[in-house]
Design a protein around this ligand. Structure first.
Ligand code: IMO
Ligand code: MG
Length: 424
């Protein structure tokens, strides 16, 4: 099994890369997160943002698996499938979506808990996507949650009714604004009954059997390394494990069966939500980069914070994930710059660090910069390694040397075919 993960704070362009490399796989399986993800891909020139569906959805030969450690909002998944159905003529789309019966459900009250924590002054404001992700994983760990397989139980409606009533009363007592409970209940059940049309199954068995038959499986990560609940910039992280090893847990696959690990990084850096961002830039330079890169949340539409490439953090991400193949995206956005800044080290409390976990208690690190020559060739016009401008080639070799792994793919624009395979 191969794995593809993000190496920064999300939005590295994972969806686009998966969509393109999917054609070589039999199964694409999402292993973490939920509708907080926003994987944008182009289908027939239309941009579509996938939240829960794996990014191989537009290939008729691919089985798409939503794995065990994913948290599923049935209302969001139903809407997403219906949206995909409007743009594809693929009649057996539904038959190609398999859902782990052990995946946890995002109950309709969880979004309101998410909002309550975010908006109450006595709690930390993380800047979440307000999709109810943290409350779902919390209730999973508390062992109070219900799972996809429970939809098939005869007591399902009564159980949901009981939990919703209790949570609704608690939220109401806290003064949280909410729609009528009946509306939440009805929409949720409709979403769950829609889910029943998909194959609710033991996805870990399906994946392992496929691997035994030498079929190719790609595990699709959502969010990214620095948002990992354990290894990210806690508390400003998401609530799941986002790193490569989480694919084994999330899908039920042995670490012995992992082959390639693709790590995706932008040529610069972005972050949505709060938390440390050592290479962040502000002001008009930031506004320009944000506009040029279209750096607005594909899920929440929030303007993303922007900054330059952070090598100490990237080295850390490559190490934690064991990346074998690097994917570089959005180098096209830096086109036309005289010099491209890269942070090569942090200075922190008088010490220089070239590899860092980005967890600093009191003092923020001071980035130490290196400036590489910029390039000025519209990259979406090129389709061969030999046409890559020499300055960008030097940028790539610099990354390869520092990170000690090859850059396998260079994305040259947002469209599916705008990608160059480098080396072999
Ligand atoms: P993709 O898969 C970027 C961020 C949120 C917030 C923090 C916690 O498109 O890369 P959550 O709703 O998960 O509790 O929010 O995590 N976040 C993302 N940022 N891309 C994502 O997904 C993200 N999913 C969550 O902005 O800072
Ligand atoms: Mg995104």
């Amino acid at each position: 099994m191969d794995i593809l993960i993000g190496l920064q704070w999300g939005d590295e362009g994972k969806g686009k890369i998966i969509d393109l490399i999917s054609r070589d796989y039999d199964i694409i399986a999402r292993f973490n997160g939920g509708a907080n993800a926003g994987h944008s891909i182009y289908h027939k020139d239309k941009r579509i943002t996938l939240k829960l569906l794996p990014s191989g959805i537009f290939y008729p030969h691919i089985k798409n698996i939503i794995g065990t450690a994913v948290v599923i909002d049935p209302v969001a998944l139903k809407a997403e499938i219906q949206q995909v159905q409007t743009i594809t003529s693929d009649s057996d789309l539904i038959d190609r979506i398999l859902v782990s019966q052990k995946a946890h459900l995002v109950l309709p009250t969880y979004k309101y808990w998410d909002m309550y924590y975010e908006d109450s002054p006595q709690y930390r404001t993380i800047g979440t996507t307000k999709n109810g992700i943290a409350p779902t994983y919390s209730n999973k760990i508390l062992r109070q949650n219900i799972r996809v397989g429970d939809i098939l139980s005869k007591d399902f409606e009564t159980d949901v009714f009981h939990i919703l009533n209790q949570q609704y009363a608690e939220l109401e007592a806290l003064g949280q604004d909410m729609p009528e409970i009946q509306e939440l209940y009805t929409n949720f059940l409709e979403g769950c009954y829609f889910l029943k049309k998909l194959q609710i199954t033991d996805t870990e068995i399906i994946i392992n059997e496929a691997l035994r038959e030498n079929k190719k499986v790609l595990a699709e990560g959502a969010q990214a390394t620095l948002l990992d609940i354990d290894h990210g910039t806690y508390p400003y992280v998401t609530s799941s494990n986002t790193i490569a090893s989480a694919a084994c847990v999330g899908l039920g696959v042995s670490p012995k069966l992992i082959d390639k690990i693709y790590g995706v990084t932008k040529a610069y850096c972005t972050r949505v939500g709060n938390g440390i961002f050592p290479t962040e830039i502000t002001g008009s330079l930031a506004d320009e980069l944000r506009e040029k890169g279209g750096e607005f949340g594909s899920n929440t539409k929030r303007p993303r914070r922007v900054g330059w490439l952070d090598l100490p953090a990237l080295k850390y991400a490559v190490m934690i994930n064991g990346v074998t193949d690097l994917v570089l995206t959005k180098a096209d956005i830096l086109n036309g710059m005289n010099e491209v800044p890269i942070c090569t080290a942090y200075e922190i409390n008088g010490e220089t660090k070239t590899l860092a976990a980005v967890t600093f208690v009191d003092n923020a690190p001071r980035p130490i910069w290196k400036f590489l020559a910029g390039w000025d060739t519209p990259l979406n016009k090129i389709n061969q390694t030999t046409q890559v401008p020499k300055e960008l080639k030097l940028f790539i070799s610099f990354l390869e040397e520092e990170l000690n792994i090859p850059v396998k793919y260079l994305s040259t624009g947002p469209q599916r075919e705008e990608l160059i395979i480098l080396g072999n």
